[in-house]
Ligand binder design. Structure first.
Ligand code: WTA
Length: 697
């Protein structure tokens, strides 16, 4: 007998999904999980066999040390085996699996109606051409290439072309500022930058090339060896179509045409100024591609060769260059994608994450392509041009598996059910979330309204560092509890530790750690292995420490409770309080700053900043505006403070350490402060309570 979808607070997948699922029951999950942990070699070797290996590994399948007290931390999967990830994602699918004509991506632009598609064989050709371009530019195996691009097909082409020739891509989210881009280019000593002219995010024009130029100027001042910048003509392409008079075909181009006519009046803002150009540095993508060959021999890489660097916030304020390697990352993203989304060849999959974040690396590019999947690549925003955009795209492409962030769900939930119900969404089978804890209210809305109680929700917990999902339901196997990431993925062994490092059994709450490596775990922090060891392995020797708090309930379900270090999660994006503080104190009026996270109904968390002024300075609205601008310029718009409070003094311990715990309570107006006996000057606290910021800036 089929159980109802909801029973005893547990939600189950419908029978139709169970019947065709790769893992159809909890018992099947448990059996495979047991094998993955007890016989990791055999388990992962089975996954690896699906891929092409130029040569097999020579030493042990897995070798590692997780214990700092025993020596250097290292993790090696299949060392000595050689392969190429781009070959496996493209050539293998085209030549061996005969998927050449299958669509790899449906690209949906910012403007509705602006779309295109690309098949596996077309993607392979473009990647080969661009890989040849990179080689012509002198890029070799091991070199670093910085990529700063909007969500366009060329971004995928650029990253896979790097992977094909063994160069490391370092993608910087296109919402980051020139300072942030420069810092990342310098840290990994990149020899080339790839960007685009400009793009629209909603109705906001982003002159990306101009920001890239500012970053390059800053790099030059610091003796960076970076010489060239390859530029995709993205917005310019559309404008040329418009000026050639072929604009009537698509609605966005029509809109642009209207703008051309109105240009003399006031709407010239739709057109970006001419792309700034320095002929000694800049090269147009399309000109380089014109004569490039569509054949390109891949570079055969060791399974443990570095694949890419992706920066993530660090609690010291300086971002960490997380390094993933070829073999382990390939099999882990492939397996998690297959099982967590229960992928089948006829699926249309859509992950809304930007490729500038790890989710876009693992679940828009590597994982789906490794499975020969068809995905939607979306350039725009969930509420542009209206709040039904997501659901209209789901109907347009008949999306079956949909993966997004809790912050987007909360945002759309605010507009009620009607914009969702305007569209059918009948194609949907599995829904997913990632990036931050999802509150049960948002979970239930997603389940009931978006998925009409027929689509399981996979709440996937993972990190840039883990490479792929580590705690997650499997859609047909795991009975779900709203807000819980449920159980570990294959090969992942979680534990909950108390402050003294004791493992807690049964129902418990404490530090979430992992006891043994899975193939997709990061290998090092780029050129700073010591930081890798200190950040993740020092606090509890023998364990990988996530930095997240976690609860296990009586049924063994895991519930992430949020960060327990000085990090905060704004709309699913991790920021460190230290990096925002250092951006604030660079302002000449500020002597000290303390930043804490504060609950926010849509973003999950937001920034509440306490600032102390230098003598003689005044706290004015103009100063607040300047501070907000300063943070945007130093980091990017995602870090814009929501609250700034003047703090003539900050609560500190006698040894001078700022008590953030107390500041968090002040921000929330929660007078239940706990023990404040260590505060050096208690009067400071009262003052801050009576001058709280009530309204968002
Ligand atoms: C948080 C994003 C609760 C967590 C893939 C983690 C989550 C950080 C979830 C990593 C989830 C991610 N439930 N919290 N399902 N997924 N997080 O590196 O705090 O950008 O440590 O990777 O996001 O963020 P990152």
């Amino acid at each position: 007998m089929e159980l109802p979808a909801e029973c005893d607070g547990l939600f189950r997948a419908p029978q139709s999904l169970v019947l065709e699922a790769h893992v159809p029951s909890l018992a099947a999950y448990r059996e495979r999980y047991r094998r993955s942990v007890e016989e990791p070699h055999e388990f992962w070797d089975d996954v690896a066999k699906e891929f092409y290996w130029r040569s097999q590994h020579s030493g042990p399948f897995l070798k590692y040390n997780f214990d700092v007290t025993k020596g250097k931390i290292f993790i090696e999967w299949m060392k000595g085996a050689t392969t190429n990830i781009c070959y496996n994602l493209l050539d293998r699918n085209v030549n061996e699996k005969k998927l050449g004509d299958k669509i790899a991506f449906y690209w949906e632009g910012n403007e509705p109606g602006d779309s295109m598609k690309i098949s596996y064989s077309e993607l392979l050709h473009k990647v080969c051409q661009f890989a040849n371009v990179l080689r012509e530019q002198g890029i070799k195996k091991g070199d670093r290439v910085s990529i700063y691009m909007p969500m366009i097909i060329e971004l995928v082409v650029a990253m896979l072309a790097c992977a094909r020739i063994g160069a490391l891509h370092s993608i910087v989210f296109a919402g980051f500022s020139a300072d942030s881009l420069c810092e990342r280019i310098l840290d990994s000593n990149c020899s080339l930058l790839i960007t685009a002219d400009a793009f629209y995010r909603g109705d906001k024009l982003i002159n990306l090339k101009q920001i890239a130029d500012e970053a390059l100027q800053k790099c030059k001042d610091k003796d960076s060896p970076l010489k060239n910048c390859i530029v995709v003509k993205h917005l310019g392409r559309e404008e040329e179509l418009v000026s050639d008079g072929i604009c009537s075909k698509s609605p966005p181009l029509k809109r642009l045409c209207q703008d051309v006519q109105e240009k003399e009046t006031e709407s010239s803002k739709r057109f970006h100024p001419k792309t700034p150009w320095n002929s000694h540095v800049d090269l147009w993508w399309h000109e380089l591609m014109k004569n490039a060959s569509k054949e390109c021999e891949p570079e055969w890489c060791d399974a443990e060769d570095e694949l890419f660097i992706l920066y993530t916030s660090g609690s010291t304020g300086k971002p960490k260059g997380v390094v993933h390697t070829v073999g382990g990352y390939m099999i882990f993203t492939a397996a998690t994608f297959k099982y967590v989304f229960d992928h089948h060849p006829e699926d249309i999959y859509w992950c809304t994450a930007d490729i500038g974040w790890i989710t876009g690396h693992s679940y828009l590019t590597y994982g789906p392509l490794a499975n020969g999947a068809t995905s939607v690549l979306f350039e725009g925003l969930p509420i542009y041009p209206d709040v039904s955009r997501m659901w209209s795209i789901i109907d347009k492409y008949q999306v079956t598996k949909f993966y997004t962030a809790p912050t987007a769900i909360r945002l759309l939930m605010k507009y009620g059910d009607e914009p969702v119900k305007k569209y059918s969404r009948k194609s949907l089978k599995v829904l997913g979330t990632v990036g931050e804890p999802i509150n049960p209210e948002a979970w239930l809305w997603y389940y009931r309204v978006v998925g009409e109680e027929r689509c399981p929700i996979v709440d996937t917990f993972w990190q840039t560092e883990t490479g792929g999902h580590v705690l997650t339901p499997l859609p047909a196997a795991t009975p779900m509890k709203p807000g819980s990431a449920t159980f570990p993925f294959f090969g992942v062994v979680p534990a909950i530790l108390d402050e003294s490092g004791e493992e807690l059994e049964g129902e418990a709450e404490g530090y979430l750690v992992f006891k043994q490596p899975w193939p997709g775990i990061m290998r090092t922090v780029y050129r700073n292995h010591q930081r890798f060891e200190t950040t993740y392995f020092k606090k509890f020797p023998g364990y990988y420490v996530t930095g997240d708090g976690c609860k296990r309930d009586k049924d063994g379900y895991y519930w992430i409770t949020g960060r327990i270090d000085d990090m905060l999660n704004v709309s699913g994006h991790l920021l460190s309080t230290a990096e925002v503080e250092s951006a604030l104190v660079e302002h000449s009026s500020i002597s000290e700053a303390a930043v804490v996270s504060h609950p926010h109904p849509v973003k999950g968390e937001c920034l509440y900043c306490f600032v102390t002024l230098r003598d003689g300075q005044k706290f004015t609205t103009a100063l607040m505006d300047e501070l907000r601008k300063q943070v945007r310029e130093k980091i990017g718009p995602i870090a814009t403070p929501d609250y700034i409070q003047h703090a003539p003094g900050l609560p500190k311990t006698r040894s001078g350490k700022i008590m953030r715990r107390v500041l968090r309570k002040i921000a929330k107006n929660d007078r239940d402060l706990g023990d404040t006996s260590t505060v050096a000057d208690p009067a400071v606290i009262n003052h801050l309570f009576s001058n709280r910021c009530e309204t968002v800036l």
